[in-house]
Design a binder for this molecule. Structure first.
Ligand SMILES: Cc1cc2nc3c(=O)[nH]c(=O)nc-3n(C[C@H](O)[C@H](O)[C@H](O)COP(=O)(O)O)c2cc1C
Length: 393
């Protein structure tokens, strides 16, 4: 029998699914409900010193949808609006009611030692399981020289981590931004400063676009807009890349996230090196109830594969990622056409000829492949509207 129970830095998790720091963890009442429904833990919406101004814009969201489903969310939301005392009391309440749930305090402060250490000292005296340092919010905060302004500088990230580590009595995770040239530079810097674990990714900085009727931004705040954070399914490949890159350079525990919408995504994050995962946007779209399928799907997968626990799946795919230079270039694949499925629309031949190679042609009877011209790129298999083309030797 497999189990979803796992242990990270001595913290016991009943399952590896945590709510990420975001609207689903913005109040004690809602976290209470999520725990009741089976989430393994929650990272609290980022807490800041009470005197840090937090004024929101309206609206704060824009989306890209595919077949009615939100696949990309842009947000310009800031951090928690609740006071420190609210969280101190709430954490105590939650831990008494749910001793086996993991509670992580996400914190952010101006770049001053005393400000960070005061926050840490306050939450040392609560029953949290760990800290998560938010070095990664891409909007609003960088204008105040915090958030992503910290996480894009290896030097400042290192400095603040060492301030925090000097006083923290609980493990310290650092939440990294993908909005850097190479996330491992920052990961290494905070590891050197004593970080106990890493969390990635926060949102990807982006801009949703322009409404061509009004010529105003799609995320329109009184005719204006700003760059925001993208999340949801569309950012998953960026999250995968960041987690894999971190894992290839570090043995620290990783809380992986970015675009997880089902157990399959979570399993991939674990295979790429995550110790547990966090989810935000999918919960904002479909509610806490997704936890049932996440848990049953992952457990069933572990059992089918013969893994006893998460640790046996962790890192398993990381060895498969190498440099382009080391890829086997002798492995030439060709398109294989399923004649039953092919409707001879000619799209593959047209695209192949217009994308340089011209290896496919269509006559009345069938689709023909000129093997001498074919470079085995696989584009035809991706653009076929009937999925009639597969690549094989
Ligand atoms: C509306 C919104 C608010 C967020 N607020 C925070 C926050 O306060 N602190 C933080 O560390 N991350 C915050 N995030 C980022 C998420 O925790 C998460 O890193 C990101 O959304 C990627 O995961 P996802 O694709 O599952 O949403 C926020 C994300 C969204 C969409």
């Amino acid at each position: 029998m497999a189990t979803l129970k796992t242990s990270i830095l001595g913290i016991e998790f009943e399952n590896p699914f945590l709510l990420a720091s975001a609207p689903p963890t913005a109040s004690i009442e809602s976290i209470d409900k999520s725990f009741e429904m089976g989430w393994g833990g929650a990272v609290l919406k980022t807490i800041t010193p009470d005197d840090l101004e937090m004024v929101e814009a309206s609206p704060r969201y824009a989306t890209i949808k595919e077949k009615g489903k939100i696949i990309c969310l842009q947000n310009i939301e800031l951090l928690s609006h609740k006071t420190i005392q609210y969280w101190v009391d709430g954490i105590k309440y939650l831990k008494e009611k749910y001793p086996s749930k993991v509670i992580i305090a996400s914190i952010m402060a101006p770049v001053e030692c005393e400000e960070w250490q005061n926050l840490v000292k306050t939450f040392n005296n609560t029953p949290i399981d760990a800290f998560e340092l938010n070095f990664s919010c891409p909007h609003g905060m960088p204008e105040k020289n915090i958030g992503m302004a910290i996480g894009t500088s290896a030097e400042i990230s290192n400095l603040i981590t060492s301030w925090v580590k000097a006083v923290a009595q609980k493990p310290v995770f650092v939440k990294l931004t993908p909005n850097v040239t190479n996330i491992t530079w920052i990961a290494n810097a905070v590891e050197k400063a004593g970080a106990d674990g890493l969390a990635a990714i926060n949102t990807v900085q982006g801009f949703m676009g322009i409404n061509l009727d009004t010529l105003e931004p799609v995320l329109n705040i009184d005719g204006h807009s700003t760059y925001g954070g993208l999340s949801g399914e569309a950012v998953k490949p960026i999250g995968f890349k960041c987690v894999a890159q971190i894992r290839q350079n570090s043995n620290l525990p990783i809380l992986g996230m970015g675009g997880i919408s089902n157990w399959e995504d979570a399993a991939q994050y674990i295979a790429l090196g995550s110790d547990a995962v966090q989810i935000c946007t999918e919960v904002m779209i479909n509610g806490y109830g997704i936890i049932n399928n996440l848990k049953s799907g992952l457990l069933n997968y572990l059992e089918t594969k013969g893994f006893k626990n998460i640790s046996e799946l962790k890192n398993i795919a990381i060895k498969k990622i190498t440099s382009h230079e080391k890829l086997n270039k002798k492995n030439h694949l060709y398109p294989l056409i399923d004649k039953e499925k092919c409707i001879k629309c000619g799209k593959c031949a047209k695209i192949c000829s217009e994308s340089e190679y011209n290896a496919l042609s269509i006559d009345k009877e069938s689709l023909c492949i000129n093997k001498e011209q074919c470079v085995g790129c696989s584009l035809c298999s991706h653009i076929c509207p009937k999925e009639a083309i597969k690549m094989c030797c």
